[in-house]
Design a protein around this ligand. Structure first.
Ligand SMILES: *[C@@H]1O[C@H](CO)[C@@H](O)[C@H](O)[C@H]1NC(C)=O
Ligand SMILES: *[C@@H]1O[C@H](CO)[C@@H](O)[C@H](O)[C@H]1NC(C)=O
Ligand SMILES: *[C@@H]1O[C@H](CO)[C@@H](O)[C@H](O)[C@H]1NC(C)=O
Length: 512
């Protein structure tokens, strides 16, 4: 094969180089070509080997099957053969998770409101870790996790000029929680006080992994610069991360020594990462954890979520309110209605086209519907619009760690936005159906001179779909949607659009 590759090149050389030199040249070329072939071979093997290794790992991990809905029944894990009591692993539920929320007494009064959005006092276990006791009102005591005072960390050196020494205290939360000796813990989940969780999706993702092994699960920053400065192998603390029980045990036995070795690190999550690296445990990336190292309008990201359960949202103070005409807290309260009603499908994208008026429609379930004039292909609609700035307040697209596309300058190319108005589940039918209404945001539609039908003629959109608790147990595939045809009296144009979301049939595609 090598000879076949080389000879045409040699023929070319012989006709184009001087005769005397050609033989020496040919020898050089043959050596160079064989080197090339060898390195290509090496490249090829290194390309295929990780894949093989990965598939072996996948086979080895004893992952137990999901159950439908609320995973609370017993699941047998043995493959054929009798089930002995020791072999029965129950599905992971909320009671197996302990949350460690890193907070500061300074910001507490404001931040506690974010916690109240998602915290379920009787169902969740966890603590708010503070450097100083804060006052809990009677209502706080009923609605928030109990507070814990972090141990003193003055004996540790801190030399970073960028961060705060509270990073040491916060990184020790996992170890401190482990030492509480709580029963039946499978996962410790760390987060900040300005993070909200979609608990059901967190559980869904955690139960893919064997909690009896060492797992460090989280995600990166959206900022390429942050990931360069910290690491692409680090779980960002604000987006939250999970540490399996045995790993927390191992960490607790070495963390204090480990911390002494890294006085110059900036924060808490890079300190955790440093100790994980010493333990040899890599980050298992789950893209549903959202650090949201962005500023401004998060719309672009929230409207094009990757096809994976949405687990967390962070930096709720750094981004604009997620709905217009509302305060940050009001907007989050509103968003929480979607999370409560249908966490499984929360923020999942569907793409379809209005064939008569030639519009492209992108739905982010429970949040926003965008209508674009003309045809924009799915491969583009899947890419977040850059409605936000980078963490260091730049609009430069090279600073992001993901693909994003420019927000159009031309008013006709901009999407018309319809924000979630209400969302309810109707159980009139056999399978519960979730109905959500979206109302046009008049403030974001600027005048457009194009003569084609304008999406601004629509005021209200209804999107509905059947509940599908099983969707994450299947291979990922975007749900399909289509615009329902409605008869309107002659000469009138309806300002109402109705869209149905459904499982795609095997040959169904998103195109005009
Ligand atoms: C969670 O699982 C445990 C068994 O590990 C079970 O005893 C408990 O009832 C379950 N809790 C819920 C809320 O389903
Ligand atoms: C949701 O909003 C639409 C439009 O305002 C309204 O017609 C519908 O009754 C509302 N649904 C619920 C359950 O409130
Ligand atoms: C927000 O308020 C502006 C100005 O009153 C209005 O034009 C816009 O439609 C409102 N947006 C939503 C989503 O209600």
């Amino acid at each position: 094969m090598a000879g076949f590759l080389i000879s045409p090149a040699l023929g070319y050389l012989q006709t184009h180089s001087e005769r005397g030199n050609s033989r020496r040249f040919a020898a050089v070329i043959i050596v160079a070509a064989s080197c090339l072939c060898l390195s290509a071979l090496a490249l090829l093997t290194s390309y295929f080997c990780p894949i093989q290794r990965k598939s072996i790992d996948l086979c080895r991990t004893p992952s137990y099957p999901y159950s439908k809905a609320d995973d609370s029944r017993l699941l047998a894990t043995s493959v054929g053969g009798s089930v002995s009591p020791q072999n029965v692993i129950t599905a992971t539920n909320l009671s197996h998770v302990v949350f460690g929320i890193a907070a500061s007494s300074e910001l507490w009064e404001k931040r506690k409101e974010y916690l109240k959005l998602w915290w379920k006092p009787k169902k969740m276990r966890g603590f708010v870790w503070l450097e100083k006791k804060v006052r809990y009102t009677e209502e706080d005591a009923k609605t928030l996790p109990p507070q814990m005072l972090s141990a003193d960390t003055m004996r540790f050196k801190y030399t970073s000029r960028l961060g705060r020494r509270s990073g040491i205290r916060i990184s020790r939360i996992v170890s401190e929680m482990y030492r509480l000796g709580l029963p039946d813990v499978r996962w410790f989940v760390m987060s900040d006080d300005d993070t909200i969780f979609v608990a059901k999706n967190l559980l869904r993702v955690l139960s893919k992994y064997d909690h009896k092994q060492f797992y460090y699960i989280g995600s990166n920053s959206e900022s390429h610069m942050q990931n360069l400065a910290f690491s692409y192998n680090m779980a960002y603390g604000g987006g939250g991360f999970a540490i399996s029980y045995p790993l927390a045990k191992a960490l607790s036995s070495m963390q204090d020594d480990c911390l002494h070795r890294y006085p110059s690190l900036v924060g808490s999550d890079d300190r955790i990462h440093a100790c994980m690296a010493e333990l040899g445990v890599p980050l298992t990336k789950e893209p549903g954890f959202h650090q949201y190292d962005i500023r401004g309008n998060a719309l672009g990201l929230l409207a094009a979520h990757p096809l994976t359960p949405a687990i967390s949202l962070h930096h709720l103070d750094a981004i604009n309110p997620v709905f217009p005409n509302r305060t940050t807290l009001e907007a989050l309260n509103h968003l929480q209605r979607s999370i409560d009603e249908d966490p499984t499908h929360f923020l999942q994208q569907s793409i379809c086209y209005e064939k008569d008026r030639i519009w492209s429609i992108s739905i982010s379930w429970g949040y926003v519907v965008q209508i674009f004039r003309g045809v924009i292909e799915p491969r583009e609609l899947e890419v977040p619009l850059r409605t936000f700035y980078s963490w260091n307040r730049k609009a430069d697209f090279t600073t992001f760690a993901f693909n994003a596309r420019a927000y159009p300058r031309h008013p006709c190319e901009r999407p018309t936005l319809f924000y979630m108005h209400n969302i309810t589940t109707s159980s009139r039918q056999e399978r519960p159906r979730v109905e959500s209404f979206y109302i046009r945001d008049a403030a974001t539609s600027s005048p457009c001179p194009w003569t084609m039908p304008s999406p601004t003629s629509i005021d209200l959109i209804k999107v509905s779909r059947h509940k599908d608790e099983n969707m994450w147990n299947k291979a990922p595939r975007r749900k399909c949607c289509h615009v329902l045809k409605k008869r309107t009296p002659k000469g009138t144009v309806s300002s109402f659009l109705e869209i149905d979301i459904h499982d795609c049939s095997s040959s169904e595609i998103a195109t005009l």
